[in-house]
Design a protein around this ligand. Structure first.
Ligand code: ZN
Length: 138
């Protein structure tokens, strides 16, 4: 069995962002040489998500509005977590949007459903963040 590990690095200019990382994961898959297996992609920070959905900008604005209704960034003092930090909303948003995704690898390609793409969701940006890509198979 082959095993391959790669980190992707992010430093967004805004507090929140939705970034399509499908191509970067496909590059990692090509580097791995795996033809049949599984590809795990997970955020390595607890205020960011990796999730699969549609690459449609209106939907991304809908995510932003919906998450702000569920866990508004401000006022900061509404959260117990915010004392020395101001990112309680980011922890909550990350929990809703998920830590990781797993995609099957078939014949050397990510075996996606219709319109599926992989996204990095940043909820507490403007700092260095990491995503792990772990590929196993043969
Ligand atoms: Zn925090």
């Amino acid at each position: 069995m082959k095993s391959y590990r790669k980190e992707l690095h992010f430093h967004t200019k805004t507090r929140r962002a939705y970034i399509n990382i499908t191509t970067q994961v496909e590059v990692a898959l090509a580097e791995s040489g795996v033809r049949e297996g599984l590809c795990l992609v997970n955020a390595l920070n607890i205020t960011a998500s990796v999730f699969i959905n549609d690459n449609e900008s209106g939907l991304h604005r809908d995510f932003e509005r919906w998450l702000e209704k569920l866990a508004p960034e401000k006022p900061y003092d509404q959260y117990n977590h915010n004392g020395s930090e101001d990112n309680a909303d980011a922890h909550l948003k990350r929990t809703v949007m998920g830590r990781e995704t797993v995609v099957a690898i078939t014949n050397g390609k990510l075996d996606f459903g219709t319109w599926e793409q992989i996204f990095y969701g940043e909820f507490d940006g403007m700092r260095d963040k990491r995503v792990l890509v772990k590929i196993i198979g043969e």
